[in-house]
Design a binder for this molecule. Sequence first.
Ligand SMILES: Cc1cc2nc3c(=O)[nH]c(=O)nc-3n(C[C@H](O)[C@H](O)[C@H](O)COP(=O)(O)OP(=O)(O)OC[C@H]3O[C@@H](n4cnc5c(N)ncnc54)[C@H](O)[C@@H]3O)c2cc1C
Length: 248
Amino acid sequence: MVAPARLAWQTAVVEKVKVETPRVKSFTFRLPDWQPFRPGQHFDVRLTAPDGYQAQRSYSAASPPEDTGTVELTVELMPGGEVSPYFHDIVAPGDSVELRGPIGGPFTWTSAVGGPLLLVGGGSGIVPLMSMLRHRRRTGSNVPASLLYSARSWDEVIYRDELVEYAMNDRSFHFLLTLTRQQPPGWKGPARRIDPEIIGTAVGGIGTPAHAYVCGSEGFVETAASLLVESGVPPDVVRTERFGPTGT
Ligand SMILES: Cc1cc2nc3c(=O)[nH]c(=O)nc-3n(C[C@H](O)[C@H](O)[C@H](O)COP(=O)(O)OP(=O)(O)OC[C@H]3O[C@@H](n4cnc5c(N)ncnc54)[C@H](O)[C@@H]3O)c2cc1C
């Protein structure tokens, strides 16, 4: 059986590498057979060692589909891991990497779907939510959107400058950041893991969401999704994506 075109492996070329935080880098790939994708979808990456051993992992698109021909993937370093250290230590502009996608269905949002839109991300769980926000910006959407982002520290906030810029210039975007481990001097925002009060503030920024997306580690997603439902968000509007270990 022939695999559908979107699932065929392609050889993508790394155009750009950007350091986001001390543990996170973004890689812009140019794809020979780029297909339109929906924000929230992911791509699979496959590495092959000289002896033929292969490792495969999933990474969400960080870029919006408006960036035709390329996709940006954002990779958090997992020390001791098989794939993420390779990206951090080895991959450079001009390198080729095998990629396939886009993949994934329910965890997607486009401007046409509308809002209010509630996004809840923990750590690198911000990645697919950023694709949604970038798409929202690029399509000129003013759908009310609220982002609750839980990061360990100010230095570990991925896409920090861009998010701050959105928050300052977009009156229909509400941004709530909680820094769980370390806070900069004078920090006035929440400084703890998400709880009912933090969730309540995020929901209060837009009213009851018509669409809610939660992404992060297994534990983060479980907690956040439960808190959303306890706060009155209808369970059927909550979609989740877990960044647990993947691969073959
Ligand atoms: C749909 C989907 C989308 C994803 N998108 C992204 C993304 O945009 N950015 C990103 O950085 N990652 C993302 N991931 C996670 C990614 O696929 C890998 O699991 C991660 O990069 C670790 O791979 P590794 O080969 O470096 O580590 P591995 O060799 O797989 O694992 C090394 C060690 O780390 C543990 N581990 C692996 N992954 C995680 C994790 N996510 N959290 C905690 N411990 C872990 C393993 O249990 C093991 O002990 C996504 C996962 C899924 C399922």
